[in-house]
Design a protein around this ligand. Structure first.
Ligand code: ATP
Ligand code: MG
Ligand code: MG
Ligand code: MG
Length: 470
C-alpha cells in the first residue's frame, strides 16, 4: 500500500513525465496578495502568470501546495471533526497549464493517473464526474473519448438566481479569468450515507470530491461580458489526504497513515486511550495548521491572520482539556508532525524551536482562563431553556476569558445550542464605543479579518518580538 509521502511523489513524478516543471510549495502567507488571508489553493502562487502579468520559463507546472482554509472566504474550520474530508490544513496536488494544453489533455492526464495500472489503478466504476451544465465539450470528452457512461457524468448548473455561482464555474474575482470546471468524485460505497453530486444527499461522506479541474476559458470585463481568452489555461487541485484515503482503502481522511500516526501520538501525549474520539481528530488537524502557520511567519495576535491562528490553537487546547490533558500538551505534537510530513516539513523542521515556543506560550496563557471560562459557560448552559446562548454571555467569555466566538460556538454545538450573534456583536459595539470614548484604551477589540503589514513576515532573526506580539 502506498504511503501518503509516496502518493505525493507519484503525483509530481507523473506530471514531470508529462513535461511539467516541479515547483516548490509557496508559503501559507501570500505576501503579494493582500486580498487573500491564507494560501488556499495551488494556483495562488501562479495568479500573476494566469493574469498575464508575470512570465516563467515553463508553461506547465506541478506542485504539492500547503493550504489553509480557516477564516476568510473558504472556511472549513467548522467542518473539522464533523466531515471525513475537511481539514484546516491540507496539501493540494496540482497541475497547471499556462496557455499550453487545455481541456482534452487535462482530462486525459487526470484519467491516466487515477486509473492506469502503472499509477493509481483506481477501478473506473468507482468514479463519477461533474461538468458545468453548458460545457458540452467537456461532457463529450468524458463520454466519447474516455468512455464514462453518461449516467455518471453530471451537469451542475448555477444556484438559482445567481449567474455562475456554481461549484462548477470558477472565477478569480468579479472580473478577470474564469471558466467552467469538471470535478472527479470517488464513491466510498453504500455503507456510508451520502448521494452523488447534485443530489439532495451530496453532503454526506459517500461520494467524495477528489479532484477539481478548472478550465480558464474567459476573461470577464467590468461590464460582466465574458470574452474568450486567446490562450486558455488549466488549474487543477486534488487533496492529497483525500486521494490517500482512496488508495489506502479507508473511508475517512483521518484514517490514512499520516493521521493515524498523529492521532496515536496525540493520544500518548494526552494519555487517553479513546483513539476514535472526535477531539483527537480535531487536535491532529489543528496541529498541522498551527505549526505550519507559525513556521510561515504568523504569530498569535488579536487581529487578522494572527487572530485566526489564535482561534485554532485555543480550540485545540479546549479539545485536549476535554480529553483530560494534564498541563500543556499541544507543542509536543510538533516533532511527530515533522516525522509524518516527510519532505513537506523541511522548513517546519528548521523552525521547530520557534514553533514549539510560540505554541507553549499561547497555551500557557490560555490555560490560565480556560477552566474558569468553561465553568462559567457550563453554569450558563444549564440555565438555558431554549437552544440559544445569550450574546452577552458569549461576549463575557470572549472579553474576560479569551474565548473566541467560534470556540464558544464549538462547545455549544456539542449540546445543540447556538449563539445569539447579534447580541454578541451589540456588546462588542458598545465595548468599542467605550474604548473610543476613553481614548487611553489600547486593546483592539475587533476580530474582523484585517490584513495589514503587521503580519508581514520578516524572518525569525528577531525572536525578542515574539513576546511582544503575544
Ligand atoms: P468540498 O466541496 O469537498 O468542500 P471544494 O470544492 O471546496 O471541496 P476545491 O476548492 O475544488 O474544494 O479544492 C480542490 C480540491 O482540494 C478538492 O477537490 C479537495 O480534494 C481538496 N480540498 C478542498 N478543501 C479541502 C479541505 N478543507 N481539506 C482537505 N482537502 C480539501
Ligand atoms: Mg469546500
Ligand atoms: Mg466542492
Ligand atoms: Mg471543488
Amino acid at each position: 500500500m502506498k504511503s501518503t509521502a509516496e502518493i505525493r511523489q507519484n503525483f509530481l513524478d507523473f506530471f514531470q513525465s508529462k513535461g511539467h516543471e516541479v515547483v516548490a510549495s509557496s508559503s501559507l502567507v501570500p505576501h503579494n496578495d493582500p486580498t487573500l488571508l491564507f494560501t488556499n489553493a495551488g494556483m495562488n502562487q501562479f495568479k500573476d502568470i494566469f493574469l498575464g502579468i508575470d512570465k516563467r520559463s515553463y508553461t506547465r507546472a506541478t506542485t504539492s501546495q500547503r493550504c489553509v482554509r480557516a477564516g476568510g472566504k473558504h472556511n472549513d474550520l467548522d467542518n473539522v471533526g464533523y466531515t471525513a474530508r475537511h481539514h484546516t490544513f491540507f496539501e493540494m496536488l496540482g497541475n497547471f497549464s499556462f496557455g499550453d494544453y487545455f481541456k482534452r489533455d487535462a482530462i486525459y492526464f487526470a484519467w491516466e493517473l487515477l486509473t492506469s495500472e502503472k499509477w493509481f489503478n483506481i477501478p473506473k466504476e468507482k468514479l463519477t464526474v461533474t461538468v458545468y451544465e453548458t460545457d458540452d465539450e467537456a461532457f463529450s470528452i468524458w463520454e466519447n473519448e474516455i468512455g464514462i457512461p453518461k449516467e455518471r457524468i453530471i451537469r451542475i448548473g448555477d444556484n438559482k438566481g445567481a449567474p455562475y455561482a456554481s461549484d462548477n464555474f470558477w472565477q478569480m474575482g468579479d472580473t478577470g479569468p474564469c471558466g467552467p470546471c469538471t470535478e472527479i468524485f470517488y464513491d466510498h460505497g453504500d455503507h456510508i450515507w451520502g448521494g452523488p453530486p447534485g443530489s439532495a444527499e451530496e453532503d454526506g461522506d459517500r461520494f467524495i470530491e477528489i479532484w477539481n479541474i478548472v478550465f480558464m476559458q474567459f476573461n470577464r470585463n467590468s461590464n460582466g461580458i465574458m470574452e474568450p481568452l486567446p490562450k486558455p489555461s488549466v488549474d487543477t487541485g486534488m487533496g492529497l489526504e483525500r486521494i490517500a484515503a482512496v488508495l489506502q482503502h479507508v473511508n475517512s481522511n483521518y484514517e490514512i497513515d499520516l493521521f493515524k500516526k498523529l492521532i496515536q501520538e496525540a493520544a500518548k501525549i494526552i494519555e487517553t486511550s479513546d483513539l476514535e474520539s472526535k477531539s483527537l481528530r480535531v487536535i491532529a488537524d489543528h496541529i498541522r495548521s498551527c505549526a505550519f502557520l507559525i513556521s510561515d511567519g504568523v504569530l498569535p495576535s488579536n487581529e487578522g491572520r494572527g487572530y485566526v491562528l489564535r482561534r485554532i490553537i485555543r480550540r485545540a487546547v479546549r479539545h485536549g482539556h476535554m480529553l483530560g490533558a494534564k498541563g500543556i500538551f499541544f507543542y509536543k505534537l510538533v516533532k511527530p508532525l515533522i516525522d509524518v510530513m516527510d519532505i513537506a516539513a523541511t522548513e517546519l523542521n528548521q523552525n521547530r524551536k520557534i514553533v514549539e515556543d510560540t505554541l507553549k506560550i499561547e497555551e500557557e496563557q490560555f490555560l490560565k482562563t480556560l477552566e474558569r471560562g468553561l465553568f462559567l459557560l457550563d453554569q450558563e448552559l444549564v440555565k438555558i431553556t431554549g437552544t440559544i446562548l445569550p450574546g452577552d454571555v458569549a461576549f463575557k467569555l470572549y472579553d474576560t476569558y479569551g474565548f473566541p466566538l467560534d470556540l464558544t460556538a464549538d462547545v455549544c454545538r456539542e449540546k445543540n445550542i447556538t449563539i445569539d450573534e447579534s447580541g454578541f456583536n451589540q456588546c462588542m459595539e458598545e465595548q468599542r464605543k467605550r474604548a473610543r470614548e476613553s481614548s487611553s484604551f489600547s486593546v483592539d477589540y475587533s476580530n474582523v479579518i484585517k490584513l495589514d503589514d503587521k503580519t508581514e513576515f520578516l524572518g525569525y532573526q528577531d525572536t525578542e518580538s515574539l513576546g511582544k506580539v503575544i
